[in-house]
Design a protein around this ligand. Structure first.
Ligand code: ZN
Length: 405
């Protein structure tokens, strides 16, 4: 339950209490599915009259809808209430090197529609911002979402963000520093805009609709142009003192490794990011060392999917690149497992494209290197959501307030 801070005056008090109770009722229905008014009273501890009145108010405002009849305990069969699909919405945008993705989500957490556009190259902030504005209008227009049915817009970026102001402090892979989406994005006017780190957005998504529902301690690692993580500790997103916890891409896994943008050598990101993996594949192809890749017409156009395809078709040299990256990732995950003792580690984004090739090997590295007590309690999985996780997580941020989170 969220922490309650009571306003001092009486009017504020009752308004706040009403909003709080509405959020509690909505959240119970989100977690348990369709419930009757008497079940809501029992679960929330509200009196039957209060629970009934609040539920009726939510029904009137369109957040809830009636669904069939529940089990009777003797008398008339009760009507069940559930979240009304396509009633209220939020928009999530994920900005990454190469791609901008916008999704429209409804209050049930369902994906309603999705748009993708290329990120400008180079990724000039003003240009990217104009594209985002256009995409947000696009998803809203496609489903004729009225302004009063839009709860907010979440934007995920691969970098350090200041949640209070919406300022992007630093997004090194996009070359952005001290730019502000929160203020510039105020379209439509009056709609709240939230900016969040992309890996934290993915962790929010996994916790709300993905593979970590009801799990209090987990780490979500994203591998794409960079490597980052979102950490849930004791049921909450852990941000750290400066708000940017989870920079696992800068765990040094090979002190003789390549120089990283951060100034150190052999950071995880320099060894397992998708751009580094593709670079290795192109080099291998040029050397004629991979039958599958060397035979391709334009070696400079080799991408991650081509590498994965070659390795699945039995090209051992191509597979060795993925296995090597899994070894470095496994070392980093073993440090994370020892330090945070999570019950689950979910690896997402580009990793999901080749997870089936390497995940057993990755698990074996973690089980070998991490403390046995910790390793025996952790489940390591590929994200079931993949590329969309950050965009969906960004869309969930405005929804969370409605459910009192
Ligand atoms: Zn680094």
């Amino acid at each position: 339950m969220p922490k309650i801070i009571m306003p001092k005056n009486k009017t504020g008090n009752s308004k706040f209490l009403k909003m709080y109770n509405e959020a509690v009722i909505l959240d119970m229905i989100r977690l348990h599915g369709a419930l009757s008014k008497s079940e809501l009273s029992r679960i929330t501890g509200l009196s039957p009259t209060a629970a009934g009145m609040i539920a009726s108010g939510l029904l009137e405002k369109g957040y809830l809808q009636e669904r069939g009849e529940g089990e009777s305990s003797g008398g008339r069969k009760p009507v069940l209430l559930e979240l009304a699909p396509r009633s209220y919405y939020s928009v999530g945008v994920d900005m990454d090197v190469g791609c901008i993705r916008a999704v429209l989500m409804d209050i049930t957490g369902a994906l309603v529609c999705e748009l993708t556009r290329p990120m400008p190259d180079p990724p000039l902030f003003e240009e990217a911002e104009a594209i985002v504005r256009d995409m947000v209008a696009g998803v809203l227009d496609e489903h004729s979402v009225a302004k009063d049915r839009l709860l907010g817009i979440g934007i995920s970026v691969p970098g350090i963000v200041d949640m209070e102001t919406g300022r992007i402090v630093l997004a090194p892979n996009l070359g952005w520093e001290n730019v502000n989406f929160g203020i510039c994005m105020g379209q439509p006017p009056g709609i709240p805009v939230f900016v969040e780190n992309e890996a934290m957005s993915s962790a929010i998504c996994e916790n709300w609709v993905g593979s970590c529902k009801g799990i209090n301690n987990f780490v979500c690692i994203n591998i794409k142009s960079g490597v980052g993580s979102g950490i849930f500790a004791d049921g909450r997103l852990y941000r750290g003192a400066g708000g940017s916890a989870g920079e696992v891409g800068h765990i040094a896994v090979d002190e003789n490794g390549p120089r990283c943008g951060c100034g150190n050598y052999g950071c995880l990101e320099t060894l397992v990011s998708s751009s580094r993996i593709v670079e290795k594949a192109r080099k291998l192809a040029k050397q004629g060392a991979s039958p599958g890749l060397s035979a391709l017409q334009d070696i400079g156009e080799i991408d991650l999917d081509m590498l994965v395809k070659a390795s699945k078709e039995g090209d051992e040299a191509a597979k060795a690149i993925l296995i090597e990256s899994a070894r470095y990732l496994g070392i980093a995950v073993s440090y994370i497992v020892n330090t945070l003792n999570p019950s689950k580690v979910v690896i997402g984004k580009d990793f999901t494209r080749y997870a089936d090739v390497v995940i057993d090997y990755l698990r074996s590295i973690v089980y070998c290197k991490a403390l046995k007590t910790h390793a025996s309690k952790v489940e390591i999985v590929s994200s079931p959501i993949g590329d969309r996780a950050s965009a969906l997580g960004a869309a969930i941020i405005p929804l969370k307030a409605l459910f009192g989170k």
